[in-house]
Write a protein that binds this ligand. Sequence first.
Ligand SMILES: Nc1ncnc2c1ncn2[C@@H]1O[C@H](COP(=O)(O)OP(=O)(O)OP(=O)(O)O)[C@@H](O)[C@H]1O
Ligand SMILES: [Mg+2]
Length: 257
Amino acid sequence: MTRLSTGIEDFDKLIEGGIPEGFLVALTGEPGTGKTIFSISFIYEGLKEGDIGIYVTTEESRDSIIKQAKQFNMNLEDYLDKKLIIIDALMKEKEDPWSINEVTPEEMVQKVIEAKQKLGYGRARLTIDSISAFFLDKPAMARKISYYIKRVLYKWKFTILITSQYAITTSQAFGFGVEHVADGIIRFRRVIKDGMLHRYVNIEKMRQTNHDKYVWEIDIKPGKGLVLLGKLNERREDYSLPRKTMEHIRKSNQDEI
Ligand SMILES: Nc1ncnc2c1ncn2[C@@H]1O[C@H](COP(=O)(O)OP(=O)(O)OP(=O)(O)O)[C@@H](O)[C@H]1O
Ligand SMILES: [Mg+2]
């Protein structure tokens, strides 16, 4: 089986060397936990290896992705329109051929296929960041939409990362069902401990892989990107929300019902 490096060497070791070719993997987690930076690394690593890269961005502009990448010494501009297309679903500029106007799964998939045709043959990586934008007003459609995307794009031999947001109040992935369709789930989280923001990652699922089961603390470093700091050998309470906060959330949810 061919495995694709994520561009984060230490992370690759947790999944037997990388993401199996052809997989659709969900990156899920709260805001600011590293999903976009992980996605950029994955695409950039592909470009360095000669792969085609297609990046669909829905919540940040193309420029924002390019600027963010540059801060980690990943120069996406070198590959733009040759090996890389960034499909911008935010700016919706009419004269931009790689922007989408209607944020629908059908239009997005169509653009991705056009981009692939433009870039030509060869192994291809695709990131959809984030998938949540396609079912914002209809979270119940999440599974159906994810399945549609997987089914249609499968033929095009992409290895796909999709990011999805996590509702901190309920600890439920926004748009139930993405995770069942996905071949793998990489879960990002954050917590305030000792007055400081800590971020973590763990692999919740990776089909056909004897993956690591630990929670790892991560950091995002200028010039470097996402790095693994170490394993978390502590109790669950240490990385979930404080008990009092959870009680408060549960109570206010009940009040609403
Ligand atoms: N140059 C940098 N140096 C250090 N840390 C940075 C740098 N740029 C961004 N970060 C950190 O990365 C975070 C953003 O990470 P990222 O965009 O991957 O989050 P995300 O999980 O995609 O969030 P969202 O769901 O909101 O899109 C910032 O909030 C900041 O903490
Ligand atoms: Mg993001």
